[in-house]
Ligand binder design. Structure first.
Ligand code: C5J
Length: 230
């Protein structure tokens, strides 16, 4: 049995399933000045801290040929998939669909919706556009995971307590064994990140596990994937 040293206890890697890396919403809308995160009044520079770590994790997962999924939060240009409640929330001067300095805010295909160049998906990696906070809501993520016999998810990205945690909870309810990578997720609110890590692994890992990038890469080194065994 191969394990990743994790909290609240060791995370067992599958013997007859596959592990996927999920990178949530590392898009300019949340990472850069002029994007949605900035317009909502957040300090976007806080999120930059995880970019080098996530790059290292991506490289490690690519070298192990893990399926890699990137998501972006965004809506159709006609906003048909954006509830009015989401548009109105915050009562800001600018909201979803309005023109900002990175194009129309949170609209698929606009410059702000693009993944930051440092973490650009490679050919063969899947980009899942998602209209909600969770990556399973109204997307093809679940059938794509099933096609690849994925049972275990390494979850990363921004923001920890919003789209990352929502996705992890959705995945947990669907039976995936989820590990949140501590130094590859970030929040505009450090205390919310910390609270999320703690609530995920509380009560015996009620939502899953947490571990660092180093711990994940060390565990993966000795893991023989089901496809490698077959
Ligand atoms: C937010 C996200 N914070 N990706 N989106 O609205 O967490």
């Amino acid at each position: 049995m191969t394990i990743i040293s994790a909290q609240p206890y060791d995370y067992e890697l599958p013997e007859d399933g596959n592990i996927a890396l999920i990178v949530i919403d590392m898009q300019r809308d949340f990472m850069e000045l002029g994007g949605f995160g900035d317009i909502l009044g957040n300090d976007v520079s806080l999120l930059q801290a995880i970019v080098p770590t996530l790059k290292t994790l991506l490289a490690g997962c690519r070298s192990r040929n893990l399926p890699i999924f990137h998501t972006t939060e965004g809506h159709q240009p006609d906003l048909s998939d954006c509830p009015d409640s989401k548009r109105k929330r915050g009562k800001g001067k600018l909201t979803i669909g309005d023109a900002g300095s990175l194009g129309r805010i949170l609209i698929l295909g606009e410059p702000g919706n693009g993944i930051i160049p440092e973490l650009a998906p490679l050919p063969g990696e899947i980009v899942i556009p998602k209209p909600g906070k969770g990556a399973f809501y109204n997307t093809d993520l679940e059938p794509l995971l099933k096609e690849r016999n994925v049972t275990h998810l390494l979850i990363t990205g921004v923001t920890t307590e919003v789209c990352v945690q929502t996705t992890m909870r959705e995945a947990n309810d669907r039976g995936y064994e989820c590990l949140l990578v501590e130094d590859a997720t970030e929040s505009y609110f450090p205390e919310f990140k910390q609270a999320t890590l703690e609530m995920v692994r509380a009560q015996g890992g009620i939502v899953g596990w947490t571990a660092t990038t180093d711990q994940v890469l060390q565990g993966l080194q000795t893991w023989k994937s089901a496809s490698a065994i077959a």
